[in-house]
Design a protein around this ligand. Structure first.
Ligand SMILES: [Fe+2]
Length: 227
């Protein structure tokens, strides 16, 4: 099951026009860097997916003004390209951008300290993690990301991953540190486990990666052309 979250509370933002112009150009600016003011829905991606096409392009087609958001290190095009430690502002809340590469080079985790929650994408799943054998993935880097960036968050923080195939939706830092069958092991054991997964090549990868490089707009263009 692939999960998308809809954080609510988009009402006001402290970002100014200069920041907005800078963000449109994909440049870093002072203060809030991902500017969602006035945009009712802004899909914020954790990484460039290989297994499915992001819904971002479709949302942009349906909702004029909707902005696509992803990390600059993902290599994808988007309206807003995030840098490490940028803050994505929505309403009175903020998501802090925490780089957690390893599943892909450009993976990030979004942390909302005020609510003690984090969205981990495919870096850390409930009792699992994303594969590390394509898109610049690295088991060693993923282990470091999880142990140094996610497991160092307060132990009570709730973690919302991008996938779960058993209907679970949430875990915590403490739970995964203790119970994750891969990431509770040593680095050497983790690398051995990841190198021996023998997973098939993702069915969608040849279609999904080119489409996701433009945040799903590829698919929208194709559909327009067919009409
Ligand atoms: Fe992924």
């Amino acid at each position: 099951m692939r999960t998308q979250y809809l954080p609510s509370g988009v009402a006001n933002s402290f970002a100014g026009k200069r920041d907005e112009r800078e963000a449109r150009r994909g440049r870093r600016s002072d203060g809030a860097r991902a500017l969602l003011e006035g945009f009712p829905v802004s899909p914020v991606n954790t990484h460039m997916h290989a297994d499915h096409i992001t819904g971002t392009g479709r949302l942009k087609g349906l909702l004029p003004g909707c902005k696509s958001v992803i990390s600059r290190s993902s290599g994808a095009k988007a309206d807003v390209l995030l840098e490490p430690n940028d803050q994505v502002q929505f309403g009175r809340h903020q998501l802090r951008v925490l780089p957690t590469p390893g599943h892909t080079e450009g993976c990030v985790t979004y942390v909302c300290d005020e609510q003690a929650i984090a969205f981990t994408g495919d870096a850390l799943l409930i009792r699992g993690c994303g594969r590390t054998d394509f898109q610049g993935g690295s088991a060693t880097i993923l282990y470091k990301s999880v142990h140094e960036k996610i497991f160092t968050l307060p132990r009570n923080y709730r973690l919302y991953p991008a996938h779960d195939y058993n209907g679970r939706t949430v875990t915590t830092v403490a739970e995964e540190e203790a119970l994750n069958p891969r990431l509770s092991k040593s680095l050497e054991e983790f690398v051995r486990i990841m190198n021996n997964l023998n997973l098939p090549y993702p069915k969608m990868i040849d279609k999904a990666v080119p489409a996701n490089k433009v945040c799903g707009l590829y698919e929208v263009e194709e559909e327009k052309g067919e009409q």
